[in-house]
Design a protein around this ligand. Structure first.
Ligand code: GLN
Length: 280
């Protein structure tokens, strides 16, 4: 079949499934299976689609029809203008999490300093690796409860040549922290913040993502509370703790950690909070 015709049929098929961006999805999937760029998709629109590519295209379209996220089909997702390898073992990096990176940069504008950072729940590694790239002298501890997630994160760290400065450790929250860890300038986390109740009516696409990356199976704030209440043990005096949140908001927290400010996205939606270690 001619590529343009295959694309046209694919768009109609995905529209039937209710995909909001049927055209874009079909184009991305065709580029993926054919191994071509967006420009080539245009210049080769009248080429005959090779048989094996067509078969593969139909397969991935079927997956998309069943609402498998595009990022899991292609195995990649862009975050802070870098390309990350992902798999269904990790949460798909979200554009809203880029606000967390912006907050770190606002808090520590000197990108040449040798900061000590840590991230709890690194998943694909998108946050820790972005920080390692943006702060070329920083040292970072990145933890996750999932060894499978850490394997993906390590691959991404190799790709961006930052493996030497990121110490990956498996474990639940602070259990993964080595006792001898240097006091931190900043601890960051995008913890699972959907509540058990939220999980009842999540979009179909979210069902493909690891449940432990999405929800604490409680009120949505329990892991965030544990992260915040344990942070001062690891922070430098005046160090910061930055967490992303969702509709559940930010939990009440006690001194010596205090809320510096909540942060919002461009639509004015609360996206997280920056806390600091107050020293009396
Ligand atoms: N740190 C990763 C991200 O922000 C994973 C977060 C998670 O699994 N909850 O995408």
């Amino acid at each position: 079949m001619i590529a343009r015709q295959a694309l046209h049929e694919a768009i109609q098929y995905l529209k039937q499934a209710g995909c909001d961006n049927a055209r874009l999805d079909a184009e991305v999937l065709l580029m993926h299976v054919w191994g071509i760029s967006a420009t080539q998709l245009f210049t080769r629109a009248l080429d005959e689609l090779p048989e094996n590519i067509d078969v593969h295209f139909q397969e991935v379209l079927q997956n998309r029809f069943h609402r498998q996220p595009i990022a899991y089909i292609t195995g990649r997702k862009e975050f802070w203008s870098r390309d990350f390898e992902i798999s269904p073992d990790v949460l798909i990096p979200r554009p809203e999490t880029e606000h967390l990176i912006e907050e770190v940069l606002k808090c520590y504008p000197d990108q040449d300093a040798a900061y000590d950072f840590a991230e709890i729940g690194t998943g694909s590694g998108c946050i820790a690796i972005t920080l390692a790239c943006e702060y070329p002298h920083a040292n970072i501890l990145a933890t996750d409860i999932s060894e499978k997630a850490l394997n993906i994160a390590r691959k991404n760290a190799v790709k961006y040549d930052v493996l030497k400065r990121i110490h990956f450790r498996q474990g639940d929250l602070y259990q993964a922290f080595p006792n001898e860890l240097s006091p931190l300038d900043m601890l960051v986390s995008n913890p699972p913040y959907l509540s058990l109740r939220d999980m009842d009516d999540i979009e179909q696409e979210l069902r493909y993502e690891p449940r432990i990356a999405l929800t604490d199976q409680q009120d949505g704030l329990s892991l965030m509370r544990q992260i915040l209440s344990g942070a001062c043990r690891w922070l430098k005096p005046h160090g910061y703790c930055l967490v992303e949140t969702g509709l559940g908001g930010l939990p009440e927290i006690h001194k010596p950690l205090i809320l510096d400010h909540p942060y919002y996205d461009l639509a004015g939606i609360l996206r997280g909070g920056l806390y600091h270690h107050e020293v009396l």
